[in-house]
Write a protein that binds this ligand. Structure first.
Ligand code: ADP
Ligand code: TRP
Length: 323
């Protein structure tokens, strides 16, 4: 099983990104024969238009993944733009990507529906994603449910290329990440940087404690019991507490006789503890920028070998570069 996924560097990773995606990618590195993970900076360029920020988010994203347990000896970690063959492959795929297919993609459709102007980058975003996947002959692509449409587009494009030019690309399958890991934000809505309701994975613990203490709760009387599941504080706590702590907290909710202040404190404590080892690893990595550069350079070199071979195969199949 060759696993591949990309994550956009559009800001600091939050708990939704970690529990909903990153943690599961990292678990997959243990079972995959080969795993490729990259920071999708070319995709992020469709939204981040500040050079310093994009560069910062890209390097931070790589450090974060390593700190959270991505092991470069098991998985190939690289930055998308360090493999230019993918952009070249993207053009080949673009020539066979039906307009109608791309017009139906929600990221583009939603923007148009809101009356906003879209650019060609956003319109062809799924084709670049298809090139990402096909370049490495990935067969399993773990993604959140929101990305499933893009995997379908990738399959359509690959199928049509294979049909016209002969068997060239491996057909990938999407692997939907556990949707029960849908993390609520501070306001109870889905946690997302677009809603400004996030808890950053590597926030300063003191600042994060303040954020947690400010979470708005209902006006339930202290003595009343409450169903824990579905309550923002409990749901967040359940992610970072041990199993015993979680069970004890659920029992406390059902029994009643507690104030939200003590739950918030327990949540802040558990969060600080949960991410402490990763925070330490992150500090060590950030202090060694040369080491990070070496990891990314080695990852890109390995990824390029694979992407080059696939590009060559595709070029030969469609009548380019065979002399
Ligand atoms: P955002 O909504 O903050 O812009 P992204 O779309 O960049 O986040 O998220 C990247 C991936 O992280 C998604 O494909 C999804 O798998 C996961 N993810 C993001 N937010 C959540 C959440 N609240 N719960 C679970 N998974 C999430
Ligand atoms: N579009 C994906 C997201 O926003 C990121 C991404 C880019 C990706 N290329 C990919 C995911 C290839 C899986 C495979 O989350």
């Amino acid at each position: 099983m060759r696993v591949l996924s990309g994550i956009q560097p559009t800001g600091p990773f939050h708990w939704g990104n970690y529990f909903g995606a990153i943690r599961q990618y990292i678990e997959l590195q243990e079972v995959a024969t080969e795993a490729y993970y990259f920071i999708a900076n070319l995709h992020a360029l469709t939204t981040v238009r500040d050079a310093a920020k994009l560069q910062q988010y890209t390097l931070d994203g790589a450090i974060d993944l390593l700190a959270l347990g991505l092991d470069p000896s098991r998985a190939t970690l690289f930055v998308q733009s360090d493999v230019p063959e993918v952009s070249e492959l993207c053009w080949l795929l673009m020539t066979g990507a039906p307009m109608g297919l791309l017009e139906r993609c929600v990221s583009y459709k939603d923007k148009i529906a809101k009356g906003l102007k879209a650019d060609a980058g956003l319109f062809t975003y799924p084709v670049l994603q298809a090139a990402d996947i096909l370049a490495y002959d990935a067969d399993v692509v773990p993604v959140g449910e929101d990305q499933l449409q893009h995997i379908e587009v990738c399959r359509d494009i690959a199928q049509s290329f294979n049909h016209h030019f002969g068997q060239t690309f491996v057909m990938p399958k999407g692997k939907i990440l556990d949707s029960s890991a849908r993390v609520p934000g501070l306001d109870g809505e889905k946690m997302s940087k677009s809603y400004d309701n996030t808890l950053a994975v590597f926030a300063d613990p003191k600042a994060q404690r303040k954020q947690i203490m400010r979470i708005v709760t209902d006006s339930r009387p202290m003595e009343d019991s409450k169903e824990p599941v579905g309550d923002v504080l409990y749901d967040l706590y359940a992610l970072v507490a041990t199993e015993d702590e979680r069970d004890a907290m659920a029992a406390l909710y059902r029994r009643g006789g507690f104030g939200y202040g003590e739950i918030k404190k327990a949540l802040a404590d558990a969060a600080e503890r949960y991410f402490a080892p990763a925070r330490e690893r992150r500090a060590a990595l950030a202090a060694e920028p040369q080491q990070l550069r070496e990891i990314l350079a080695a990852g890109a070199a390995k990824a390029r070998v694979k992407a080059k071979a696939t590009l060559k195969r595709a070029q030969q199949a469609c009548g380019l570069s065979d002399w």
